[in-house]
Write a protein that binds this ligand. Structure first.
Ligand SMILES: C[S@@+](CC[C@H](N)C(=O)[O-])C[C@H]1O[C@@H](n2cnc3c(N)ncnc32)[C@H](O)[C@@H]1O
Length: 400
């Protein structure tokens, strides 16, 4: 595909997204129907689409669309992104399957000085969410939100049961993938080249690594350290909201005996295969009460995902105050259930990939009010300026 044809495809896909189709579904449908698109084209179109979603508000303004809720077009978003990147106004005349040429009105709008934008528009966040970020991040808010307008780094976790991080970096270099240490976690490697090849490497098939954000690894590491300071290696841990099992695998690699549970067991369907590849023994349970009381529990609860909006940017435009209130109620209910399953004196880890106090510190305050005698023994907050996704972790001890 020509560069202009990729832009035209991204504009059409963004129109579908703006009409309500999830971006991933639109991309999959487009790829199936576009046999002419090679893997490089698919990746490029995907990047264009996700960049525009991350920058939806500012790109719309720069691309000449109004910032007042009136319909935006995929074309405006792509033109706005090109302008934000300081690229010259496109001349598509010679390229096949290009977007329509710029109309005189469009060309005039794009040539005019950039419009003044409200702070939230410039930071690509809905107005109602900006105070939440200010409250949670203080002086870091603008820098964090600006960074969240860009792509997330690719990180992996070396499987401590099989290899060291430097040895894995060397193995991957032999397979055309460049990766170096990441400051957030001892087994984390930051992939700087060849990321698309990762899942096809021999090292992956041999279970030497898993793709996992570095902050997510830091959370699992902190949970494992707290548990292992109390209990021997092999101690039983319940991962109460295991999902795909990223943290369950990281805890197992630290020598803990992990049992995984999820209210939606389909979320765990890949976990047995991932565990087998890693050489980890992870049990799945539909009924965590059967193994209670648990000496340690991790509750990596469902949340807004606001710490990972670089990876999943659609969510920042769809979250509403009501949905946030629903999530915090769900978080309180999960904490209450997990607390009841924990043994006296045991450790409960509460984690979110959210940056919002409402889902983090406020939930711990609510728990402390509801369950007197519980102690918060450790707390950690990470944001994208630390080098990974945003995460929150509180470690709580149940009274003995
Ligand atoms: C943030 S995700 C977990 C991510 C996972 N721990 C990881 O590291 O890959 C939250 C999970 O909680 C599950 N969940 C939601 N409500 C739940 C509940 N009441 N009890 C247990 N799991 C629940 C969801 O299905 C979802 O898979």
């Amino acid at each position: 595909m020509t560069p202009a044809a990729r832009l035209a495809a991204a504009m059409a896909l963004l129109d579908r997204w703006l009409a309500g189709e999830p971006a991933e579904a639109a991309l999959t449908r487009w790829a199936r129907a576009s046999r002419f698109a090679g893997s490089g084209d698919r990746e490029a179109v995907r990047d264009l689409v996700y960049d525009a979603i991350r920058q939806r508000r500012s790109a719309a303004a720069l691309g000449g669309a109004p910032d007042d809720g009136r319909p935006v077009t995929g074309r405006a978003l792509i033109l706005g992104c090109l302008r934000a990147a300081g690229q010259p106004l496109p001349d598509w005349t010679d390229q096949r399957h290009a977007p329509d040429p710029l109309s005189p009105a469009e060309a005039a709008r794009l040539a005019a000085p950039p419009p003044d934008m409200p702070r939230a528009a410039g930071l690509d966040i809905p107005d109602w969410l900006l105070p939440h970020f200010d409250q949670a991040l203080g002086a870091r808010a603008d820098e964090v939100l600006s960074l969240m307008r860009t792509r997330a780094p690719v990180c992996l976790r070396a499987n401590a049961a099989r290899i060291t991080a430097p040895a894995l970096a060397a193995r991957l270099a032999d397979e055309g993938v460049q990766a170096g240490p990441h400051p957030l976690a001892p087994m984390a490697l930051h992939v700087t080249a060849g990321a698309r090849r990762l899942r096809a490497t021999r090292a992956f098939a041999d279970g030497l690594f898993e793709l996992q954000d570095a902050a997510s690894q830091a959370v699992a590491e902190r949970v494992a350290a707290a548990i292992l300071s109390d209990l021997p290696a092999g101690a039983r841990v319940l991962d109460f909201c295991a999902g795909g099992g990223g943290k369950a695998l990281a805890l197992a690699a630290r020598g803990l005996s992990v049992t995984a549970h999820d209210a939606d067991p389909r979320r765990m369907r890949d976990l047995p295969v991932r565990a087998a590849r890693a050489g980890a023994d992870i049990a799945l349970t539909p009924d965590p009460a059967a193994g209670a009381p648990w000496p340690a529990i991790l509750a990596d609860v469902p949340c807004s995902g606001s710490g990972s909006w670089r990876r999943a940017p659609e969510a920042k435009w769809t979250l509403t105050p009501d949905a946030l209130a629903g999530l915090t109620a769900q978080q309180d209910a999960i904490l209450k259930r997990a607390a009841a399953l924990l043994a006296p004196g045991g450790v409960l880890g509460y984690a979110t990939c959210s940056l919002l106090r409402a889902e983090n510190e406020d939930r711990i305050t609510a728990l402390s009010a509801a369950l007197p005698g519980w102690a918060c023994i450790d707390q950690m907050r990470l944001d994208p300026l630390d080098g990974g996704d945003g995460f929150f972790l509180a470690l709580l001890r149940k009274p003995a």
